[in-house]
Design a protein around this ligand. Structure first.
Ligand SMILES: [Zn+2]
Length: 187
């Protein structure tokens, strides 16, 4: 389905549903699920990031997972449009946060301080393409989520309207988020 068709479908769906109504979409595509402890959810995220060809949109609460951060930087360096929105309080209070490091590596980062917690743990990969994927669940992009907590992670691939819905939500949060300037850019 083309991006234009997806947008029209979503616009019509929102008209039918009315403001504030949750979006209802058909299930389609494939689903992978990982549970921690037990499954390597972090590796599933990294694998999906390595397959990205066009764009990766991230919403992160706590973000300390080095392999996931490195996979985002690697994607950026091979020409993928990578953009990250992160929670301010977690970035400022977690000493091992990788958010500032991502900005220092050239990844555009925005900080969302508009909520008690910017609590989404979401990645939207290659929205608008046949391979569009959404990653979501309770799994923060952290070592704690992988090795200490009980979490779940979904990788939903091949559901273009779902990917566009998550991308649209990402864009809504970007509007009120502020760009994080990397240290080397500071005066
Ligand atoms: Zn927000």
């Amino acid at each position: 389905m083309s991006r234009a068709v997806v947008l029209i479908v979503l616009a019509l769906a929102s008209l039918v549903a009315g403001a504030g109504e949750p979006l209802r979409l058909d299930a389609r595509g494939s689903v992978q699920v990982a549970f921690t402890p037990g499954d390597d959810a972090g590796a599933l995220v990294v694998e999906a990031l390595r397959k990205a060809r066009k764009q990766i949109l991230v919403q992160a609460y706590s973000f300390t997972h080095k392999d996931i951060a490195q996979a985002l930087v690697d994607a950026k360096r091979r020409g993928v449009d990578v953009q990250v929105i992160a929670d301010r309080q977690q970035m400022e209070s977690v000493a091992t946060s990788r958010v500032v490091w991502l900005a220092e590596q050239g990844v555009p980062v925005w900080i969302d301080a508009d909520h008690a917690a910017a609590h989404n743990k979401v990645m939207v990969i290659d929205n608008g393409t046949a391979d569009a994927a959404v990653i979501t669940g309770s799994f923060n992009f952290t070592h704690a989520a992988q090795y200490r907590n009980a979490e779940n992670l979904l990788l939903l691939r091949g559901n273009a309207p779902l990917a566009e819905a998550y991308a649209a939500n990402w864009r809504r949060h970007k509007i009120h988020s502020l760009p994080l300037r990397a240290r080397q850019d500071s005066p």
